[in-house]
Design a protein around this ligand. Structure first.
Ligand SMILES: Cc1cc2nc3c(=O)[nH]c(=O)nc-3n(C[C@H](O)[C@H](O)[C@H](O)COP(=O)(O)OP(=O)(O)OC[C@H]3O[C@@H](n4cnc5c(N)ncnc54)[C@H](O)[C@@H]3O)c2cc1C
Length: 404
């Protein structure tokens, strides 16, 4: 057993999916460490009320399975991802015109059972929370939950951090996983407001024009990206989760009735997508990039949305946060000095974090560029990826497992 492991007192600030995954993994991998999880919300708060439906990569599904916190029954596997751009676009087969080129990534081609899975925010947090609470009940001498306790301050000391949540308590390391969405977060060192709004909710497919099960559609339009993520059918109706990004200042969605939204959505998506015939009430999230340059400040480390909040265009925010959590625990398990583990974390997470931050930032901005030739270049990029299998496979691996 390492020295760190035998003495470590770890505070986890935030019991969202990232903080809970970290706490559970640390409880398994560091069997002597004392771990306390703080969250501002009460343990009884119903997280199912969060309207977000998230696409988790295969790597994240596997991590949650290892933690015993994967609810397969609540998830819909993603078997294919279909990416296209709204016309006019350019295809090497058809030239410039209304027929668009599409990139199709299939689980079968990548020889994996699924590319990822779709489920509600609550469907991720609830099993993590019950697994964590069950573990706390089994090992109360070293694992503690402090729900309904907002952390008010973190004070660095010579060899640790004082966590103030009502009372002050000293820990060796404080992991900040306080998350949040762009509109509600304090400014971090890198911040860009995309001036876009994501409208999220659900659509129902017309019974006579339902797309194949398990296909996720990503559509780039000059207003912003839109996505339809497959959901399990409900009451015999095939459904998908909608993430529809539009400019904040000239919002074409806000004032529309449901019937008008359905009509517009059927023009936004690719002709092969199927026909939408209903839409739920939609909730909106302002979108921006808000990221820290560094994860570690002395013995305080930030992970998940507390470290980087991204545009949801590639559905990567939580996936990246879970990888932050897992890497931190792996490093703590391998060294005798917390400072060494934290220094390594900064270095190890750099390629994955910055590749994802740069990729989502580029996608969020570039598909709205109105420059002459930009649409053609984007169509060409999609067609080239579709035609060149090794590059497509590389992209698929990056989306499933991050940079490693
Ligand atoms: C519209 C939209 C769509 C998205 N789609 C995807 C997707 O498809 N795939 C994907 O991977 N990601 C997606 N994301 C991103 C994803 O939602 C976030 O990356 C993820 O929820 C971050 O998890 P977290 O645990 O870091 O933070 P959170 O989920 O925000 O949890 C933070 C927790 O910390 C607690 N807390 C806050 N402050 C304090 C405090 N002071 N003291 C104690 N506790 C505190 C909160 O109560 C909360 O429980 C999307 C985001 C949006 C907005």
């Amino acid at each position: 057993m390492s020295e760190v492991e035998s003495t470590l007192r770890l505070a986890v600030v935030g019991a969202g999916p990232v903080g809970l995954a970290l706490a559970l993994h640390a409880a398994q991998a560091l069997p002597q460490a004392r771990i306390t999880v703080f969250d501002a919300r009460s343990a009884q708060h119903d997280v199912a009320g969060d309207m977000r439906t998230l696409a988790l990569s295969l790597g994240s599904v596997q991590l949650l399975e290892r933690l015993g916190a994967w609810n397969a029954a609540a998830a819909e596997p993603i078997l294919e991802v279909h990416v296209s751009q709204q016309p006019p676009t350019w295809s090497p087969l058809t030239g410039l015109g209304s027929r668009d080129s599409a990139l199709r990534i299939r689980a079968a081609d990548e020889r994996v059972p699924m590319l990822g899975a779709v489920l509600r925010y609550g469907g991720i947090v609830a099993p993590l929370q019950s697994a964590w609470l069950a573990r706390c009940a089994r090992e109360p001498q070293r694992l503690r939950s402090n729900f309904g306790a907002a952390v008010e301050a973190l004070k660095s000391t010579d060899d640790g951090v004082e966590v103030v949540a009502g009372d002050a308590e000293r820990f060796d390391i404080a992991v900040v996983a306080e998350g949040g969405v762009f509109a509600e977060q304090a400014r971090k060192s890198i911040r860009h407001d995309y001036r876009q709004t994501a409208w999220v909710g659900q659509v129902g497919w017309s019974p006579d024009a339902t797309p194949p099960r398990g296909v996720a559609y990503e559509r780039f339009t000059r207003h912003g990206p839109a996505a339809l993520l497959p959901l399990p059918p409900e009451g015999g109706v095939s459904r998908a989760a909608l993430v529809w990004c539009v400019p904040h200042a000239d919002d074409p969605v806000r004032e529309l009735s449901d019937a008008q939204r359905v009509a517009v959505l059927n023009t936004v998506f690719h002709a092969d997508t199927g026909r939408i015939d209903s839409v739920s009430p939609l909730k909106n999230f302002p979108l921006g990039l808000n990221a820290e340059r560094r994860l570690v400040d002395r013995r305080t480390v930030r992970i998940g949305n507390a470290a980087q909040t991204l545009h949801p265009v590639a559905g990567q925010g939580l996936n990246l946060g879970l990888r932050d959590a897992f890497e931190l625990v792996q490093l703590l398990a391998r060294t005798t000095d917390p400072d060494v583990a934290l220094r390594r974390l900064e270095r190890h997470r750099t390629p994955d974090r910055w590749a994802m931050i740069a990729a989502t930032d580029f996608l969020a901005r570039s598909f709205t560029w109105q420059l002459p030739g930009a649409g053609t270049a984007r169509g060409l990029g999609l067609a080239a990826l579709q035609a060149f299998a090794p590059a497509k496979s590389l992209l698929a691996r990056q989306m499933m497992f991050g940079s490693r």
